[in-house]
Structures are given as structure tokens and as C-alpha cells.
Design a protein around this ligand. Structure first.
Ligand code: HEC
Length: 101
């Protein structure tokens, strides 16, 4: 019986695995500040720069696009994000702004 419950729990969880499940939003926020991600976004949208993530014509519409976009952005400042950093940053941006499923 115990095994069955564990099995059901496992499948229920994996069926709804959230995007960037391997990331930690708080670690993502730290990286975001450390890499000064909004330095360019600020110039583009004003304020603290976060409006770039909530603009009505925003580009990121899926976890895949999020990763592509952050790869481009970090490349522009000569940084190469690790898979783990992508997960952290994605978790942060998704929890705070995108709410992608
Ligand atoms: C060298 C400047 C620059 C830096 C640094 C930068 N970005 Fe960007 N970022 C941009 C520009 C410009 C756009 C808007 C591109 C467009 O409108 O097509 C953008 C857009 C984005 C978007 C998509 C917004 C949307 O429309 O949905 C994400 C996500 C993003 N950046 C993440 C990051 C992250 C994470 C970092 C830090 C690792 C970062 N950016 C650092 C220039 C930068």
C-alpha cells in the first residue's frame, strides 16, 4: 500500500512539473543582481527595468524561449550561464513575472 501511494505521488508530481523546477527563485534573484541583468533593460523600458518582462508584446512565451533569450542577453556581456544558473534565473523570472506553465 505504501509503495502504491509513493508511486501515485511521484506521478502526480512529475505530471505537473513546473518549468525551471530545478531552479531556486531566490538564487535566481541573486544572480540577476550579480550580473546586473537590468542594466540594459533599464535603458530600454525605464524604471528599474523589470517592465521588459511584463510588456504587452513581450518576447518570451515559453520556457524554451526564456532560455534562448537569457543566453543571448548574457552573451552580450560576455557571460556564459551554466545550466544551473539558467534554471535559477528562469525560476526567478517565471515566479516573479512570466508565470509560464
Ligand atoms: C547587453 C544588454 C543586456 C543585458 C546585460 C541583459 N539583457 Fe536581457 N534583454 C536585452 C534587450 C535589448 C532585450 C529586448 C530584446 C527585444 O526587445 O527583442 C532583452 C530582453 C530580455 C528578456 C525578454 C523580455 C521579453 O520580451 O519577454 C529576458 C527574459 C531577458 N532579457 C533576460 C535577461 C537576463 C536574465 C539577463 C542577465 C543574465 C539579461 N537579460 C541581461 C539586453 C540585455
Amino acid at each position: 500500500m505504501k509503495n502504491l501511494a509513493a508511486l501515485l505521488l511521484c506521478c502526480a508530481v512529475s505530471a505537473q512539473a513546473a518549468p525551471f523546477a530545478e531552479g531556486d527563485p531566490q538564487a535566481g534573484k541573486k544572480l540577476f543582481d550579480q550580473y546586473d541583468c537590468n542594466s540594459c533593460h533599464k535603458d530600454k523600458v525605464g524604471g528599474d527595468g523589470n517592465a521588459i518582462f511584463t510588456r504587452s508584446d513581450r518576447k518570451v512565451t515559453s520556457p524554451q524561449k526564456m532560455i534562448e533569450r537569457m543566453t543571448m542577453c548574457s552573451g552580450a556581456i560576455g557571460k556564459k550561464l551554466s545550466k544551473q544558473e539558467q534554471q535559477h534565473l528562469g525560476a526567478y523570472l517565471n515566479q516573479s513575472f512570466y508565470k509560464l506553465k
